[in-house]
Design a protein. Structure first.
Length: 654
């Protein structure tokens, strides 16, 4: 096709013709241009091994397209990709229309310039095809010299722009243009659709083409004047009308917001008619309702100075006109209620999106709570939900074995230690060499019963524990002081579980010391040996997931402790399972002295326990301890992935 043919088609809005014209100048320099129109928006994709400096390339594209005087293009979006240097890639949106916003008179179109008035030479490296740089003089904002080390690009511009209209001649105040249109009678339409027509100053009978024309022209004029705060209501109105006209409801009530009667039971609190106690809405730079039509200047903030703007940009890029602000450790997200038909689904999507972000890199690492609020036209809260944001472990935590937030130690190393303990029990040589661990935990099982009952006890790793059957106030007071220190440490460090454990053990100590009979103490002392191999081992393994107070720090010691506890626990666990199935016998007797003084012998002879009672009791304790270990591991996994569990559950019930 001839050059004049391309120009005519470009004037008619043909994106392929525009791309062909641009490629005539750019393709010989290694830059390929693709174009696509979306209403009044022209999308250009520029791809090349290297790119010229961004300001010069933008200036060339803008002036070239403005030179064509195309009234069908209002927004120019440029996506430039440098394949050899990805860091030089960029994306930008420009405003192209400069005419007075009037309805329904379109902008007057000027004749397209001749092709020979355009000349651009870009060379990424010395080439015989490069034009003579002395042929023309560059404009004021010209390209860098050949010695520019950052880009190594030279550009030669030759554009006669003297006949282009200036901004002052082209752009008038949008309010003046809006006043040309009277407010339409929209009583028969759904409220939010009627509001959208009024926002664009259109009558209800306007076609989608007219709506697109007015929207893009008005948006262009506002952006040229720097009044971005007034663009957001236009976006909402355009999206509402486009959806209404392209998908007309069979029943007008289809566009009315769903009832919130069932939301309160799912975590939503309906607060319609009450002022939102969330952030001060007057501090917002732009609001889809509160500030349209005003001349409030937009604050000079950026995601670097206000991290909440990064989240706001992320949400608005997905079509949600949300306003985001931060208050201490809370992140507040607000949006117009009329834009969200299903608040639960929207909340799930926002929560899922935020959990995928690294809030620390966005400067929101100390934010722990998410507050989502829907507002009506008077900036009053319609519904609100508060959620807890997960704290993602850092790289340092995931590589630090002493960290209790290490996902690998909690999710992989802990079960691996349990499996190793099980394997060691199945190896006779390991069972023999490590038998001392089982013996000492067994003796500590006796000693713990004695200490809680106010008796003196010394556990020895030779299979013997010295116990004084007389109560000792000194022992009772010493254990009580230790429990008090545990409670105080937990309170000081704001750790709840040491405080609960200290109180529970103090109550148990009081009952066993002053209320329990001597006969019961003798029975529990004998029972506590093998019992301690089960419940003390389980307690040590469960404690793997909980940091001790500073006085009892065991960040690294917990790994060998858990391995020894797992080795001891699985030994008794499988022993009593085998006894129940008749594959092993009850361990009567003892390591030292008369066999009649063994733990099982004392329970049967002195306290009349039946063999069946022994088997069922120890099997029950073994099962309960196993469930406690599995429960602690499951809780640790849930704590790390509770946001995914919540998202899955909400999607499943919705």
């Amino acid at each position: 096709m001839t050059l004049s043919g391309w120009l005519e088609q470009a004037k008619d809005g043909d994106a392929a013709a525009m791309a062909a014209l641009l490629n005539q100048s750019l393709k010989p320099q290694g830059i390929e241009v693709r174009a696509e129109r979306d209403g009044y928006c022209l999308n250009l994709w520029l791809t090349g091994a290297t790119l010229p400096p961004q300001p010069q390339l933008i200036d060339y594209l803008r002036r070239t397209i403005e030179r064509w005087q195309l009234d069908c293009i209002g927004i120019l979006r440029i996506d430039a990709e440098a394949t050899a240097h990805p860091s030089q890639s960029w994306t930008l949106e420009l405003v192209m229309l400069a005419g007075l916003v009037q309805v329904p008179t379109p902008l007057a179109s000027a004749p397209c310039p001749q092709a020979d008035t355009l000349s651009l030479t870009i060379e990424a490296q010395p080439s015989p095809q490069a034009a003579n740089p002395k042929a023309t003089q560059p404009p004021a904002l010209g390209p860098p010299s050949r010695n520019d080390a950052a880009h190594d690009v030279t550009t030669d511009w030759s554009l006669d722009l003297s006949d282009l209209p200036t901004t002052e001649e082209a752009v008038g105040p949008p309010e003046a243009a809006r006043d040309l249109i009277p407010t339409a009678q929209t009583d028969s339409l759904p409220p939010h659709v009627a509001r959208a027509y009024q926002e664009l100053r259109l009558s209800p009978g306007a076609s989608l083409t007219e709506i697109e024309s007015i929207y893009f022209k008005t948006k262009s004029a506002l952006l040229r004047q720097g009044r971005r705060a007034e663009v957001e209501p236009l976006k909402w109105a355009f999206g509402t009308l486009k959806d209404y006209l392209e998908n007309p409801p069979s029943d007008p009530t289809d566009l009315i917001i769903e009832s919130f009667s069932g939301d309160q039971a799912n975590g939503f609190s309906q607060v319609e008619g009450t002022e939102s106690p969330a952030p001060d809405l007057s501090a917002l730079a732009s609001s889809p309702y509160g500030y349209h039509g005003s001349s409030r200047p937009e604050p000079s903030l950026s995601p670097e100075t206000d991290p909440a703007l990064a989240i706001q940009t992320l949400l608005q890029g997905r079509g949600l006109p949300a306003q985001v602000s931060r208050q201490e450790d809370q992140l507040h997200i607000r949006w117009p209620a009329v834009r969200v038909v299903n608040p639960k689904q929207a909340t799930i999507q926002v929560y899922a999106l935020l959990t995928q972000q690294d809030l620390r890199t966005l400067g929101l690492g100390d934010v722990t709570t998410l507050v989502i609020t829907a507002l009506d036209g008077r900036n009053q809260a319609v519904w609100r939900q508060t959620l807890t944001l997960p704290q993602r472990p850092t790289v340092e935590e995931d590589t630090d074995l002493s960290s209790f937030n290490n996902r690998y130690s909690n999710g992989i190393i802990f079960p691996a230690l349990l499996v190793i303990g099980m394997v060691l029990n199945a190896m006779p040589i390991a069972n023999l060499l490590l038998r001392g661990i089982k013996i000492w935990i067994h003796e500590f099982g006796h000693a713990v019963v004695a200490w809680l009952a106010g008796r003196q006890a010394i556990p020895l790793p030779i299979g013997w524990t010295n116990v004084n059957p007389q109560r000792s106030f000194f022992v009772y007071l010493g254990v009580l002081i230790l429990l008090g220190l545990l409670y105080w440490s937990g309170q000081r460090e704001k750790k709840r579980w040491p405080m609960v454990l200290a109180v529970a053990l103090a109550l148990l100590q009081f009952a066993m010391t002053w209320l329990m009979s001597a006969n019961t103490f003798d029975m529990l002392l004998a029972f506590g040996g093998i019992g301690g191999e089960l419940y003390l081992s389980a307690l040590l393994m469960v404690s793997f997931f909980f940091p001790m107070p500073d006085y009892w720090r065991w960040d690294l010691y917990r790994y060998p402790v858990v391995l020894g506890a797992a080795f001891t626990f699985w030994g008794q666990f499988w022993l009593w399972k085998a006894i129940r199935m008749g594959r092993a016998s009850i361990p009567f007797g003892m390591m030292w002295g008369d066999a009649e003084h063994g733990d099982m012998n004392i329970l049967v002879d002195r306290h009349q326990w039946e063999p069946g009672t022994l088997i069922s009791t120890y099997n029950t304790i073994a099962n309960l301890c196993f469930l406690a270990i599995v429960g602690a591991y499951a809780y640790a996994l849930y704590r790390q992935h509770r946001h995914r569990v919540w998202i899955f559950y909400q999607r499943w019930i919705s």
